[in-house]
Design a protein around this ligand. Sequence first.
Ligand SMILES: [Zn+2]
Length: 117
Amino acid sequence: MQGMLRKRLLDALEACCPRPCPDAELNEEPRLDACADENEFASRVAEVGLHLALRRRLEERRGEIEAALKRMDTGVYGICEECGEDIGPARLCANPTAHLCVHCQADSERGRLSRCA
Ligand SMILES: [Zn+2]
């Protein structure tokens, strides 16, 4: 069971690796003087912003996967970090990077919501 999940995590990690961007321009801040007009500049800003947001998301995801693999190596994978109970195979299958059981996850989401209110 854990061997299979490890493989899935490694595959997912591979998919998250920041590859050199095929469009080198997207790795740079857009410059107004390189654009024909303000409309073009605006669309370049949007494009680069989206690209950066996606890259940040991938990096976050990679961090979660690496943390899960580290938990496997240290033998605490599948154990809730909050209450120490087993997270449960169904939940791990659906979300191999889960580090909280379904109850603690719900609690932490409720806590986040109430802090915002
Ligand atoms: Zn828990």
